[in-house]
Design a binder for this molecule. Sequence first.
Ligand code: UN1
Length: 506
Amino acid sequence: MNELLKSLGISEVNHAAHDGAEWIETPGGDELVSYNPTTGEKLATIVQANEETYEKLLERAQAGFAKWRSMPAPARGEVVRQMGNALREHKEALGKLVSLEMGKIATEGEGEVQEMIDIADFAVGLSRQLYGLTMQSERPGHRMYEQWHPLGVIGIVTAFNFPVAVWAWNSMLAGVCGDAMIWKPSSKTPLCAIATQKIIEPVVKEHGIEGVFSMIIGRGSAIGEKLISDRRVPLISATGSCRMGRRIGEVVAKRLARTLLELGGNNGIIVMDDADPELVLRAVLFGAVGTAGQRCTSTRRLFIHEKVHDQIVERLVKAYGSVTIGDPLDPSTLMGPLIDDGAVKDYQDALAQVTEEGGEILCGGSPVEGPGSFVQPTIVKAHRDMKIVREETFAPILYIFQVSSFEEALEIHNSVDQGLSSAVFTNNLLTAERWLSPAGSDCGIANVNIGTSGAEIGGAFGGEKDTGGGREAGSDSWKVYMRRQTVTINYTDDLPLAQGVSFDID
Ligand code: UN1
């Protein structure tokens, strides 16, 4: 067995449910195999959880929550601080596992673990804040304020493309907020989740907080559906496709609980004629080719001003020609494989539609022969009537549009259903401010002279329209993990009513 897997506590056959401190077995559970997308080889097997295991885990989570919510928030912050330290110790190994199982290159794998460490640090500071407001009462001798309380046992559903960081965004914040959580990772990257649980296990054990940081691997149709429809779970935070988000939104809304949805993007960059071409090239390359186009923030559409169009396209095509494709753990590789052969098929289907709809493939366009789920990074000369450009294909396909003005670019940019990340490249202050004005970008993230991907954790992360409206990570995203309580205290011996209402017996 692979030494890296062993060093992270992964066996040939693994259990699928963990309460933070120990595994819960599922005798006779269906097997799930994790494959290496670089070689197609099997990495390890997981005996998946069933509904009975889910029930056990949920009971433990409820018991865990009952204790955890009463611990002072800074004490919870101390637990999260130690988790951050445990992640620091395992940064290289966990980063490598992300590369091995998911396929992103080593520097991005380690970057993902750094993102976990960063949000842990952020959450530790937050654990001494979680501020509420005080407000002025209209009644004499009354004090009003609001306080924030833990919400309960929450569900965290994550996608394969950020198999560990998105868990950390949610769990580090939910942790200091006093929630217990059940993590359902993607079935495409179960080993990353198992390794993460093993890394935090010693911290959990030392503090005796079983049932707080739990994880369960199982089919979406069984475990996922059970989790989202469970009335004992007041919040479902989910990252994934718009299709998945719609289903979760429906089910959770029906029981009047909360969702935090971070769904598909169709991120665009507008390049004006006064932009710095060097910055544009680097940003587009990282945004469109990085993570093999499998970030929800990946750059998928590029709007280039006609005055610089040909020159930028020529340089981009040339740069695409020198992208090294291969083993993500080889330091000279710039682009690893897609997650699996299903993703390769989606790439091929999208390109077939490109041709059908009159788009022109300028470079790339085919899967790479041989083992593993590799494809060529692809540039397409597109036009606005193509339907495929309105969809998010999780692959390195970049659609280029030639535009004659900022207004034209903005109009096409905002015309899609998704609204996650966006950018303009310009050295003109007026253009930049128009882009950021209420009539500018309609996305949750709007950048100037920075690409669409690679956001820092300090800002709120998420998007509008079909991206789902949720916000994770920094700023005041923590509020979704808590319940707000408005408190009014009367310190007089009278009972005045608000709005001047009188209601007395003579
Ligand atoms: C995602 O693809 O779901 O901004 C998250 C970025 C990363 C997070 C992406 N920090 O690209």
